[in-house]
Ligand binder design. Sequence first.
Ligand code: MG
Length: 390
Amino acid sequence: MNATVTAIELFPLRIPRDEPYLGPLEEANRPNEKGYIVRPGNRTVYPVFDQTLLVKVVASDGTVGWGECFGVVAPQIAKTVLEELLIPFVIGRSPHDVERIYEDLYDLQRVRGHFGGYALDAIAGLDMALWDLRGKLLNQPVWQLLGGLRHERLAVYVSGLPGGTKEERAALGKGWIDRGFSALKFAAVVADEGEVAEIKAIRSDVGPTPKILADLHWRYTALEAVRLIERLSEFDLYLAEAPVAPEDLAGQAQVARSVKTRIGLGEEWRTVHEYLPRLQARCMDVIQPEMAHTGITGFRRICELAQAFHCQVMPHATINIGIAQAASLHVAATLANFAMHEYQHTIFDRNKQYIRSTMDCRDGYFSLPEGTGLGAEPTEEVLSFVINED
Ligand code: MG
């Protein structure tokens, strides 16, 4: 119970993949010398491999906690923030002070202007590792420490249909529905014949019952988004995600009050300070926080704030090896306003070989990891993918 943090180790990982996330590269789109591409559909940078940053916290009694920072691009940046700035302020402290530590690490950077982005990604993985350590020291799962279980399994929506044509993608969607899943999300950025043709093809294959969500990838002006969502609603669109630019608060509010379809926002935000003005302006019906940006402490505070605005939670699932995924499930399992968790099958199914955990996704639901702490630890094998700093 009196264990303190004695060491923190960092593992930036790069795992090769045969095909980049979101599917094959567009013609003439070649990775640069660092292995990054920009998807023309949403002007956003992606790697051609999987990357993440793992955090290992060691306590004075030898107990180990694991966390995972958002590291999709340049995981070396959050690593440097941790090494050069944050870790010395955590060594010697009690993991039971995890929420106090989260606040201290946020406070010490805020008037330097670092209250978002990579600075918060660095805190997120460290916070997760401290919660994992705390659970192990107390011999309890993290969800128990968060106030108790509401959901023994977590309903999911299937995210991503990696086919080359809309017909192939619709057939993939039908396959998931046939395997007991009840909700699908398609991505505007790869809907090469447009979102209306995409949803029409999927709806015609899956029939009237399954929920269909659309990730609009921040592509549109508010007026364009309103017109598009109205057309998609003819095919019973369940949720429109990220219709306009992340920083366009007025546009977000305009879309939300102009359409009769749920709006989901938030995968790119880190703290309650980014969510609060959007909740006040009724910019969304559903929040989509990403654990690897927020940590457990930040994630829970964001979700509780959303609850006060009667807003539902559909957690985002990024590229990770599964530690952040496990943490996201632990918090989601305790939330009154939880609706569905994103299931990134092209990431989760591939990378679960790299973690020791009972966590799985079948028949439309994630199972909670068993065991104390987060119930998810990296294998020795995955640590061999550490990025060479030369
Ligand atoms: Mg998204």
